[in-house]
Structure formats: structure tokens, C-alpha cells
Design a protein around this ligand. Structure first.
Ligand code: ATP
Length: 253
């Protein structure tokens, strides 16, 4: 049976003023998979993610969620987002942060909401932290709390913007393991934007790479293919962590 597309884009174009950032982006994301979107700074990863979650409109083109053009209602019900800065409300406890979307978008009573909050915290390894303020948590724990909130409404698809940025390598590896665990145990489809090559190899069999010179998708495949076999010199350079030609001729002062 063919894998089911949960998201599909047709000819997405994004520009700011005269500057085109994304051109002719056609991509499919399949149910239950983890897809990683990579590319150098400024190539349009965040712009693409904002378009896929309905926070920005493309200049042209269409996004389909489960076969229908994206609507605010469908996004609220089906899409979860882990923002790069976590976007936790600092004056609310971790539990209140997670309860917020549940109270806003369901008719559940207080007891049921508290039960879900405890369950989501358990899923991310933060059982018992509902009464802590975000400021009382480490960077890795804040990320987990934000992940619990992104999962509050049991989304079909979860977008994660640089989930390991700013974390030490051990905490980053823990977040990767947690992402894999949640994907395997709940089947949640995940779209991860990251710069972290180690995470790319851990998380996925399918990478979509965006370009800055050639706008839009420049390569797609397994991390191993992009690193070792892809003919595009820019892709090889990125995966092998090499500087741009001509940027190493610094003078001694
Ligand atoms: N609201 C905006 N107004 C004008 N230009 C914008 C806006 N948002 C993004 N851009 C420009 O679009 C380009 C792509 O930005 P975007 O943030 O999507 O890239 P990115 O790949 O996510 O970068 P990074 O890896 O540094 O986060 C950049 O040149 C940026 O300056």
C-alpha cells in the first residue's frame, strides 16, 4: 500500500519584497515519518515551516493538509509546534502552559485536563514538574516542557524548529532520543528543522535540503546519500562541514 501523504505542497513560492526566498517547492510528507529540513542560514527553512503551519501565506502555491487546503481549524486540531525559543509563558507554571491549548480548544473539565497534563509530562520525562515555573528548569528541561505543550492536543503532525539548538551535546542527544521515542510510540509525524548534522543522522531516513543560491529544494534523500553520493558540490560541502571556497585566506595580525 502506498504511504499516505499528510502534507503536500504545490509550487510554493515565497518572497519578501523583490527577494525570492523559496521557489517552486513541491514536497510531500508521509504519515508517521520523520523528515528533516536542512540548509544554510537564510535559505528559507523557517519561512517554509511558517507556511506549512499556516503562520505565513506563500506568495503563490498551495499547502494541503490531509488532502485539503490548509485551514485555521485543521491546523489547530492536527498540528503541534515546538518553537525554537520554546515560547513558554514565563509567568505560568509548566502545567498551566500545557493546559492552555487543551482548555482553549476542547470542552474537557479541570480534572480531565490535569490528567492529560500529567500524562504529557510523563511522556517527556518530566513527571511531577507541573508546578514548576519555566525559569526553574534547565535548557533541556524547558525544551521537554515545550514539547509536552506541543503534544497537548495529540497532533497528527509535529513541527520542531531547531529542537537541539543551544543545548549541550548530551541534552541534545536526549532530545533526539525523545523525538524518536515519541514518533515510534505514538506514530506522530514529525518535521524537524535543524542545523545539527548529528541529529540529522540520528533522526531520519529522509532529508530535504533547501538552497540559498538555487531557491527551494536542492536535494532530497537519506543523510548518507547526501553526504557521500550526491553530486551537488554545495550539498557535499554542507554535509562534510567544509567552509566556502575562498573563506580561509585570513591574514595573520
Ligand atoms: N518577515 C520578513 N521580512 C523580510 N525578510 C524576511 C522575513 N522573514 C525572513 N526574511 C528573509 O528571508 C530569508 C530566509 O529567512 P529564514 O528565516 O526563513 O531562513 P532560515 O533558513 O530559517 O535561516 P536560519 O537558519 O538562520 O534560521 C532571509 O534572507 C531573511 O532575511
Amino acid at each position: 500500500m502506498a504511504a499516505e501523504k499528510i502534507i503536500e505542497t504545490r509550487s510554493i513560492r515565497a518572497r519578501f519584497g523583490a527577494a525570492v526566498v523559496l521557489d517552486d517547492v513541491n514536497l510531500s510528507i508521509y504519515r508517521h515519518e520523520i523528515v528533516v529540513i536542512i540548509g544554510e542560514s537564510g535559505c528559507g527553512k523557517t519561512t517554509l515551516m511558517r507556511i506549512l503551519i499556516g503562520l505565513a501565506k506563500p506568495s503563490s502555491g498551495t499547502v494541503f493538509l490531509e488532502g485539503a487546503p490548509l485551514t485555521r481549524h485543521a491546523i489547530t486540531k492536527k498540528v503541534g509546534v515546538l518553537f525554537q525559543n520554546n515560547a513558554l509563558f514565563g509567568s505560568m507554571t509548566v502545567g498551566e502552559n500545557i493546559a492552555l491549548p487543551i482548555a482553549a480548544y476542547t470542552d474537557l473539565d479541570k480534572n480531565a485536563i490535569e490528567k492529560i497534563v500529567r500524562m504529557k509530562l510523563g511522556m517527556v520525562g518530566l513527571a511531577g514538574y507541573e508546578n514548576h515555573l519555566p525559569s526553574e528548569l534547565s535548557g533541556g528541561m524547558k525544551k521537554k516542557a515545550a514539547l509536552a505543550r506541543a503534544l497537548a492536543l495529540s497532533p497528527s503532525i509535529l513541527f520542531l524548529d531547531e529542537p537541539s539548538s543551544g543545548l549541550d551535546p548530551i541534552s541534545a542527544a536526549e532530545i533526539d532520543e525523545l523525538i524518536l521515542h515519541i514518533n515510534r510510540s505514538s506514530g506522530t509525524t514529525m518535521v524537524v528543522v535543524t542545523h545539527d548534522l548529528a541529529s540529522v543522522f540520528t533522526l531520519t531516513r529522509r532529508v530535504i535540503m533547501l538552497g540559498k543560491v538555487k531557491k527551494g529544494i536542492v536535494a532530497e534523500g537519506t543523510p548518507e546519500f547526501l553526504k557521500n553520493e550526491c553530486k551537488d558540490p554545495f550539498v557535499k560541502q554542507f554535509f562534510n562541514r567544509q567552509p566556502r571556497p575562498g573563506t580561509t585566506g585570513w591574514q595573520t595580525v
